[in-house]
Design a protein around this ligand. Structure first.
Ligand code: DGY
Length: 330
């Protein structure tokens, strides 16, 4: 029997390509070209599956142009690049990579919180620029982390991981807001208290954003929300660009209406709002919260498992829209 064809849309571990090639005819983009939409659609014609990494928009128009496509396997837990309703309507399965990146991403969220509160990059730039010629009592004095109030907006698996680190490792008082309240056992494990969004904004010394991006969470933190935060507060975003209004944040940072921010994700990334590049009180990283070698391998393995298990046995490991299976394309 001839092998099905699949597309791997971005460069990935050679071992992952080799594994996929045991089961499929693989077209791979190991030169990591950034294809425009027309090229992506062209490359997808005749493919039964695609390995995506989060930047490829899968919507009704693309699905109509690629009638052989049966599965889109994202190597990311976030899947805001998928129009899941359109995929379900077209009988196309979407999968993501939950769990394997939870602890790694929570580590990074906490690292960004610490770096932001304790002014790590700002002080390093000062030192590298040769400006350190004497010690001073208030030099780069930042915000206390231990014993302070940690606010978490979006209390899924990663949010809970950050809460546990704050509560158990740093003795923080943890408050959270989420679409739905967690059960009592999970709240107890995280030592976290549910509050409304206004209370979260008002009381957090450090506010970490870990909610998924959707039209409903677009600009969940804008000028109005920033105005409700403490002037001494820090804000950390390890979720998705677009959840924060970056222009409003840059202005709030410049005017010291909040103390500092740590951002791993940006509106329209990899572009970064130019105003964020000129304010000193922000730590900026290029969407690397899940980037350890072990975790990125685990994510690639899981995305490959989903392609292989679905296309060879009809049984994906981590389906996002299992209801699509009822009307699945063959
Ligand atoms: C995710 O998994 O969603 C991370 O943001 C990496 O893209």
């Amino acid at each position: 029997m001839s092998k099905l064809s699949i597309l791997v849309a971005r460069a990935i571990f050679p071992e992952t390509i080799a594994r996929l090639a045991q089961c499929f005819e693989v077209t791979a983009n190991q030169s990591d070209d950034l294809w425009d939409r027309a090229t992506l659609i062209e490359k997808l014609r005749g493919k039964a599956g695609v390995f995506t990494t989060g930047g490829e928009r899968i919507d009704a128009e693309l699905l109509a142009a690629c009638p052989d496509l049966r599965i889109c396997a994202n190597m990311a837990v976030g899947y805001n690049n998928f129009d899941l309703a359109a995929m379900t309507a077209a009988g196309v399965l979407g999968t993501n990579t939950p769990d394997v990146l939870t602890e790694t991403t929570a580590d990074f969220g906490f690292a960004l919180l610490l770096a932001t509160a304790r002014r790590l990059t700002e002080s390093e730039h000062f030192l590298r620029a040769g400006q350190w010629n004497k010690w001073a009592f208030d030099m780069f004095a930042g915000a206390e982390v231990n014993g302070s109030t940690l606010g978490i907006l979006g209390m899924g698996r990663i949010g809970q991981g950050i809460a546990r680190r704050g509560a158990h490792g740093f003795g923080m008082n943890v408050i959270y807001h989420n679409r739905s309240r967690l059960d009592a056992a999970t709240e107890a494990a995280c030592k976290a208290r549910y509050v409304d969004k206004a209370t979260l904004l008002r009381e957090a010394d450090h506010l970490v954003l870990v909610l998924p991006y959707s039209p409903a969470s677009h600009h969940a933190i804008g000028a109005a929300e920033l105005a409700q935060m403490k002037p001494t507060a820090t804000l950390v975003n390890v979720a998705r660009g677009g959840i924060v209004d970056d222009a409003a944040l840059a202005q709030a940072l410049r005017e010291r209406r909040i103390a500092a921010a740590g951002l791993d994700v940006f509106e329209g990334e990899p572009r970064v709002h130019p105003d964020l590049l000129t304010v000193p009180n922000v730590v900026l990283t290029p969407h690397i919260a899940s980037a350890t070698v072990r975790t990125r391998r685990a994510m690639a393995d899981l995305a490959a498992d989903n392609l292989i298990n679905f296309l060879t046995q009809g049984q994906p490991k981590t389906p996002l829209n299992p209801e699509a299976l009822a009307g699945a394309r063959r």
